[in-house]
Design a protein around this ligand. Structure first.
Ligand code: ADP
Ligand code: MG
Length: 377
């Protein structure tokens, strides 16, 4: 794995803003996902670390470190406050940002991004916050005004489909002379409030999830991309304009579809999914290696679309979702290897009785944590 740049929390004044921050969120253990009653195989070790059993050698544990680790108990609000809210003010100043949920199907990507009525996810909270920021700014911003708009699309089989205009064809991705990425023909709906957003977004996202159960679990095989655009315009001459874009992405499942023996169209889909996720992982690795090497944005639709909002001067966060049950072990393992800043093998068995997280005493977590060297392996 490439050597990665040391932790840089996107601190104000830092020039190195191109790094993608990586958070990992472990969802709670679900009995119904564990027919054999094996218990969890992953557990948190503090605000940046977790450990997973080493299947090759049960006397060892693998420990991983990330920018942020969100344990089972983490609320939707905490995920939002830590990983998403800090990047939102940039959208009002003509900068771009992106938030992705990555991980195997069933690990909590949609919960994190969309959530439910009772536990709204990143999307609801981020859009509300954007409107709050716009209103707060509006009061002391003489001579400028803001407009907010949304687009919502799906990348399925390397095709770009407009979710606000069902039945539309594959849309092209273009780049203008200022290197902004555009999708001519994509619906852009102006929004005047959060309620307005809800009115347009809810039916479109329901459409997508309902269709999914009929069509090969399409929602786990496509990338759902919500774009919130904020345009700041000068009322008088010279009518300057700044556009900031926020991408909120629920990625396709990162599981290895070849292993589950899909055939025909599904195999073709798997290829397309693997291409865009594989390219995304190469892009994130190239950005985080920070060596100024080639970033392969053009190798897939997803990364091409996100080119102006991932790396460069953009602010990007990847929330890697994982599940604690054994049936997810190999997909968890590969998601962690993608997300980790560092990894080490620790010579002690995975301690099972301390794992049932909802009842764990906080003090039990603090034991024998070993600091990672900070370099990639
Ligand atoms: P994915 O979108 O990655 O396939 P989902 O978000 O649909 O996964 O989550 C799978 C199941 O786990 C859902 O029933 C969801 O409600 C539940 N779940 C996921 N994350 C959490 C969490 N943090 N807390 C409680 N339940 C969760
Ligand atoms: Mg999902």
């Amino acid at each position: 794995m490439a050597q990665r740049v040391a932790v840089n929390d996107g601190a104000a004044g830092s020039k190195r803003t191109s790094r993608v921050r990586v958070a990992v969120r472990l969802r709670p253990y679900l009995d119904k996902q564990d027919e054999k009653g094996e218990g969890p195989c992953v557990r948190g070790l503090g605000p940046q670390k977790l450990e997973i059993i080493n299947w090759r050698n049960a006397t060892e544990t693998l420990q991983y470190q990330f920018d942020v680790f969100h344990g089972e108990q983490t609320t939707q609000q905490e995920v939002f406050l830590t990983s998403v809210k800090p990047i939102l003010p940039h959208i009002l100043n003509g900068q771009n940002a992106s938030v992705f949920a990555y991980g195997p199907t069933g690990a909590g990507k949609t919960h994190t991004m969309l959530g439910s009525q009772e536990q709204p996810g990143v999307i609801t909270r981020a859009v509300k916050e954007v409107f709050r920021l716009v209103e707060a700014q509006g009061k002391d911003l003489d001579g400028w005004e803001y407009s907010v708009g949304m687009s919502y699309l799906e990348i399925y089989n390397e095709k770009v489909l407009d979710l606000l205009s069902p039945g539309s064809q594959d849309l092209p991705i273009r780049e203008d002379k200022d290197r902004n990425i555009l999708i001519p023909g994509l619906t852009r709906t102006p929004l005047s409030s959060f309620t307005d957003f809800d009115t347009h977004f809810i039916p479109a996202s329901l459409n997508r999830t309902t269709a999914s159960t009929k069509l090969n679990q399409r929602s786990s095989r496509s990338h759902a991309v919500l774009l919130i655009k904020v345009v700041k315009s000068q009322r008088g001459p010279p009518h300057r304009q700044q556009t900031g874009k926020l991408y909120l992405v629920d990625l396709a499942g990162s599981e290895d579809n070849r292993r589950t023996g899909n055939q025909g169209i599904r195999l073709k889909e798997s290829g397309a999914i693997n291409l865009s996720l594989f390219t995304l992982s190469k892009v994130v690795d190239a950005l985080n290696a920070g060596a100024g090497g080639r970033v392969p944005y053009r190798d897939s639709k997803l990364t091409r679309l996100l080119q102006d909002s991932l790396g460069g001067s953009a602010h990007s966060v990847m929330i890697t979702n994982i599940a604690p049950e054994y049936r997810y072990y190999f997909d968890t393992f590969s998601a962690l290897n993608f997300a980790a800043k560092s990894k080490q093998i620790v010579n002690r068995p995975f301690v099972r009785e301390t794992v049932l997280a909802p009842t764990i005493a906080p003090g039990k977590r603090a034991r024998e944590e070993q600091e990672a060297g900070g370099s990639g392996e």
